[in-house]
Design a binder for this molecule. Structure first.
Ligand code: F6P
Length: 331
């Protein structure tokens, strides 16, 4: 029986976490539950950072990027006795269930808590869109929006100087952000971990573009392949005498996590927050809220965690039909 529930955000922040916390709080309070926020992710449990949350504490939060509860990558949780200590502290605070908003590592922590018999539901919160079992995580859409606005701006200066820009984007070992931003900015090359890039084909693509009188070109590099600097060095070394344009580098960095949540992320965060509370109340545990084909589902941690999410096949096909150079599949 859940009377008091807690919510925390963990790992890298993502836009959409605040709308999600807000929805957990508003749904919980509306159902006469006590809701507490835990500050600083799992670390806040060890440090007893529990704060009561009501409708007023989450007022206006739907518009803000980041997480007002703050977040950490918690080392204590990785210790062998970390999850058991977490359960013991939560019980001491009379918290009956936990909602964890975060990426792979954070959900793996939640899985361990579940295996100790404690009720927990996860929400996928990461810009990387690398969590198996859900079409989207909260924050992905906003990060992509920030990336495409940045690339649009870079294209203006690239065109004025007839330059090629290499743009490094986040994503850990997943090429989703790079691939989708390449498609939606009309960029020419996506260098992604899921495909092996071919420098000579890339140089050929870039040269052919300038020969056709285009005045700019953009290569989007996923950080999971290498840094933008490393890629640019490789490109310049391979292109000596063959590449007919100046190249500049922009690393977008943490700006990608900072955008005010888009309509999509506000709605997804709100829907997932609500669904997580309703699921806990129905006795569900050990599962992540997922969006599959537009509807909310629960996916058991044991069935999804540790599995590699693949890039959507239709996005790969689309990029190929649009003439984007992505290289050859690696797996
Ligand atoms: O997982 C989200 C993410 O933004 C990755 O894309 C990136 O590699 C990482 O976090 C950066 O982590 P930090 O903020 O700790 O530097």
């Amino acid at each position: 029986m859940i009377k008091r529930l807690a919510v925390l955000t963990s790992g890298g922040d993502s836009p959409g976490m605040n709308p999600s916390i807000r929805s957990v709080v508003r749904t919980g309070v509306g159902l006469n539950l006590d809701v507490v926020g835990i500050e600083n992710g799992y670390q806040g449990i060890f440090d007893n950072q529990f704060i009561p949350l009501g409708a007023i504490e989450v007022s206006g939060k739907i518009r803000d990027a980041g997480t007002f509860l703050a977040t950490t990558r918690c080392l204590a949780m990785l210790q062998a006795d970390g999850p058991a200590r977490v359960v013991e502290i939560l019980r001491r605070h009379k918290v009956d269930g936990l909602i964890v908003i975060g990426g792979d590592g954070s959900l793996t922590g939640a899985q361990k808590i579940h295996h100790l018999g404690y009720p927990v539901i996860g929400i996928p919160g990461t810009i990387d869109n690398d969590i198996f079992g859900t079409d989207m995580g909260i924050g992905v859409d906003t990060a992509l929006d920030t990336i495409i606005h940045s690339i649009d701006m870079i294209k203006a200066t690239a065109a004025s100087h007839r330059r090629c820009f290499v743009i490094e984007v986040m994503g850990r070992s997943c090429g989703y952000l790079a691939l989708m931003s390449t498609i939606t900015t009309g960029s020419q090359v996506a260098v992604i971990p899921e495909y092996r890039h071919d420098l000579h084909r890339i140089i050929d693509t870039l040269n052919r573009r300038m020969q056709r009188k285009h005045n700019n070109s953009v290569v989007v590099v996923a950080e999971g392949v290498c840094s933008g600097q490393e890629f640019m060095d490789e490109l310049l070394a391979a292109g000596q005498g063959a590449l007919d344009q100046e190249v500049r580098l922009t690393v977008l960095g943490h700006i990608q996590r900072g955008g005010s949540p888009t309509h999509f992320d506000r709605l997804l965060g709100s829907r997932m927050g609500e669904f997580a509370v309703l699921s806990l109340l129905q006795g569900e545990t050990g599962a992540m809220v997922a969006t599959v084909g537009g509807s909310m589902r629960l996916r058991n941690f044991d069935e999804i965690l540790g599995k590699k999410k693949v890039l959507p096949a239709d996005a790969i096909r689309l990029s190929q039909n649009l003439g984007i150079e992505i290289g050859n599949v690696t797996a």
